[in-house]
Design a protein around this ligand. Structure first.
Ligand code: PLP
Length: 387
């Protein structure tokens, strides 16, 4: 019997999706026709020119060696150009950009660069689980900021007690948001930057879904707020934008001291992104904008099918302007979200994620990912009519 695991590891909350995963496995073994709207993983392929770029890059022996810790300069330059074109934000490729093994990797390592035991991070509830869990792994204490419908799923920054703010080091923001699909207007980001300046906080802005937007909406970067570059680090991902979840490529950018601190942690833990993948990232960023527009048109059509159907069934939700998630209230309010998700799976074969898996304030909600084609979503609506 090996020795006990670290206290920080044993303190992590149980993985709430285990039961759903188990039920999903059982249903599949029974030969049930599952409609999986559980995981936020695009169901369409990475574009062919990106695959071709990897093929070519993989053949070059110069790409086979350890990658530089700071990442390939050509990729950083391309990211800088992309940021300029997309947000009008200038980033110095030498000091303000760091390629990552997927944005999750950087998000997960950030607390290790800044937290001392007992330091606090401000974490939205519900939210993407690594914010809270890696705070705990790094010895910190998450302070949960409820995201409520009545506040447009934005945290009430004014409600954070002064005592908490005095011990806080990082505040996590994620708009467009997983799981609620909410977006943040620029004035909210301005308020967050002002708070960070007043209280010496680092803003960790997670923009994994920046390009997945509908009805003409364009998501802003935190760096469109004056002064943000002194306090913020922003995380970007190739995963959802280019259907590249399995490739593991993302980047951090912003305040050069924070980027350097994250780079120092990374240089002690990993040895950078496979260089052929970094070269491929350049090709991905040069993808014509039409590709993203076509993907968004596809998700928008799916959104309208699922949301149109749910509306007819009397479900309550907000029509997402971004992300590929529909965050709906558990109808009837009779059941907790885990029981309801299991019931849905059992009765309809539809896999959806119980809101409580993203935090206690996610209780009473269920999340559907728009990761199935139109006919399967139509079928899902018909099946949901039967529960
Ligand atoms: N941030 C959010 C909010 C996410 O939902 C995800 C993935 O689902 C990520 C970050 C991680 O993305 P990546 O594949 O770049 O690690």
């Amino acid at each position: 019997m090996p020795t006990a695991t670290a206290q920080s590891l044993s303190k992590l909350p149980p993985y709430l999706f285990v039961e759903i995963d188990k039920a999903k496995r059982q249903a599949r073994e029974q030969g049930k026709d599952l409609i999986d709207l559980g995981i936020g993983d695009p169901d369409t392929a990475t574009p062919a020119h990106i695959i071709e770029a990897l093929y070519q890059a993989a053949k070059n022996p110069a790409n086979h060696r350890y990658a530089l810790d700071a990442g390939l300069l050509e990729l950083r330059k391309e990211i800088s150009q992309w940021s300029q074109d997309r947000f009008g934000v200038a980033l110095d490729p030498a000091h303000e950009i760091l390629p990552l093994i997927g944005s999750k990797e950087g998000i997960a390592h950030l607390p290790f660069a800044y937290l001392n035991r007992g330091d606090v991070t401000l974490v939205p509830d519900p939210s993407y689980p690594p914010y809270r869990n890696t705070t705990m792994l790094a010895g910190g204490k998450p302070y949960l900021m409820p995201l409520r419908d009545k506040n447009d799923f934005l945290p009430d920054l004014k409600a954070i007690p002064a005592k908490v703010l005095s011990r806080a080091k990082i505040v996590y923001l994620n708009y467009p948001n997983n799981p609620t699909s909410a977006t943040a207007p620029l004035p909210f980001l301005q308020e967050a930057v002002a708070l960070a300046q007043r209280h010496n906080l680092i803003i960790c802005s997670d923009l994994a879904y920046s390009e997945m937007t509908y009805d003409g909406y364009r998501a802003p970067s935190i760096f469109q707020v004056a002064g943000a570059k002194d306090v913020a680090i922003e995380f970007h991902s190739f995963s959802k934008t280019f259907n590249m979840t399995g490739w593991r490529l993302g980047w951090a950018c912003g305040c050069k001291e924070i980027v350097a601190a994250l780079g120092k942690i990374k240089s002690n833990i990993d040895s950078g992104v496979f260089q052929a993948i970094q070269v491929t990232g350049i090709a991905a960023l040069r993808t014509e904008r039409g590709f993203i527009d076509r993907m968004n048109a596809m998700y928008q059509e799916r959104r309208d099918i699922l949301c149109g159907g749910l509306k007819k069934l009397g479900w309550k939700f907000r029509l997402p302007q971004a992300t590929f998630y529909v965050w709906a209230r558990v109808p009837g309010r009779k059941k907790d979200s885990l029981t309801f998700a299991k019931l849905v799976l059992d009765k309809t074969g539809i896999v959806a994620t119980p809101g409580v898996g993203f935090g206690a304030c996610g209780e009473g909600y269920i999340r559907f990912a728009l990761t199935q084609p139109n006919d399967r979503l139509q079928e899902a609506v018909q099946r949901l009519a039967g529960i």
